[in-house]
Design a protein around this ligand. Structure first.
Ligand code: CP
Length: 320
């Protein structure tokens, strides 16, 4: 595997899940595969889970790991070609990428949406430069539009906890004080469309996700109605994706606290499990009671980030 960006990059999803469960049972089984190989993890943005779980995954496979926080200690990078570099940006990404690639075998990159241009964000301007100019396998550790390591871990977790063969899964928007990217809901929708589940998305009007990710998924604007009979509730805030109103891209259109996932919402579900990728703002996205209930899966899904990352790195090592 040379790029990990979309669910399709994994090929057959059942095979990938079987591999994940094999690794979960025996996570050091492939610890010779990465001998003398180096993973470089590049962070343009903050992280707790992705940083730790991906390092752990690389160590499981016997790899060396280098972590670079671009905003702490590296030269400030220019990403636009053709600019006169007379600002505080000392180095261009076009030199930095091949230099960084010369020190490693596999590259992971985290670079969030900037909301400056929907076109640039949705064309994955930064990550595509890494793919084009590094000459190395590149995996997305949350980009402008996707977070596939998270969605893979979410799917593994659902497989572990589902009580019916084809569960009802609801992706619900929830309020947040700041404008957040659409990477997690985009990927979650893409992966749920590929999985064997009954998938419903609920959000206030104006928050329609990009059709590239949400496909033909059922959209229900009445949140309570969407929750009825659900087996899994996946909560996440996202800012306006700019699908119906491009000028609103990246804006907070709604702070309606009635969308917070609370006990009354969960009461109409089929005793659903609660999921969120974390970090989560308590009593904005979800109440203390719901996230602390025995049906909350936020810790198991975070733990499964190690497993999803191990599968992805293993497949990249096998392709070297
Ligand atoms: N869920 C997730 O990616 O967490 P971090 O932002 O802490 O890495």
């Amino acid at each position: 595997m040379k790029v990990f960006q979309h669910v399709s990059d994994l090929g057959n999803l059942n095979t990938a899940l079987a591999e994940a469960f094999e690794i979960k049972k025996e996570r050091y089984k492939y610890n010779e595969l990465g001998r003398n190989k180096t993973a470089l993890l590049i962070f343009f943005n903050n992280s707790l889970r992705t940083r730790l779980s991906t390092q752990k995954a690389a160590l499981n496979l016997g790899m060396n790991v280098i972590v670079l926080d671009v905003n702490q200690g590296a030269w400030k990078l220019e990403t636009e070609r053709g600019v006169v570099m007379d600002s505080d940006k000392s180095e261009h990404l076009l030199e930095a990428i091949p230099v960084m690639a010369s020190y490693c075998d596999i590259i992971g990159v985290r670079s969030f949406a900037t909301f400056e241009s929907r076109k640039d964000d949705y064309e994955e301007k930064i990550l595509n430069q890494f793919i084009q100019y590094s000459g190395k396998p590149v995996f997305f550790m949350e980009s402008a539009t996707v977070h596939p390591l998270q969605s893979f871990a979410d799917l593994i977790t659902m497989e572990e906890y589902k009580k019916t063969a084809r569960p009802k899964v609801v992706l619900t928007w929830a309020p947040h004080p700041k404008a957040l990217p659409q990477a997690v809901p985009n990927s979650f929708a893409e992966w749920m469309n590929a999985a064997d589940v009954d998938f419903v998305v609920t959000h206030p009007k104006g928050y329609e996700l990009d059709p590239k990710f949400v496909g033909n998924a059922r959209v229900e604007y009445d949140q309570m109605k969407a929750f009825e009979g659900a087996d899994f509730i996946y909560a996440k805030n996202w800012s306006c994706p700019g699908v119906t109103c491009p000028e609103d891209y990246g804006k907070v259109l709604c702070k309606d606290m009635s969308w917070t996932v609370d006990e009354a919402h969960m009461a109409v579900t089929n005793n659903a499990f609660f999921m969120h990728c974390l970090p989560v703002r308590r009593n904005m996205i979800v109440t203390d009671g719901v996230i602390e209930a025995p049906t909350s899966l936020v810790i198991p899904e975070a733990a499964n980030r190690e497993i999803s990352a191990t599968v992805v790195l293993k497949r990249m090592l096998e392709s070297l």
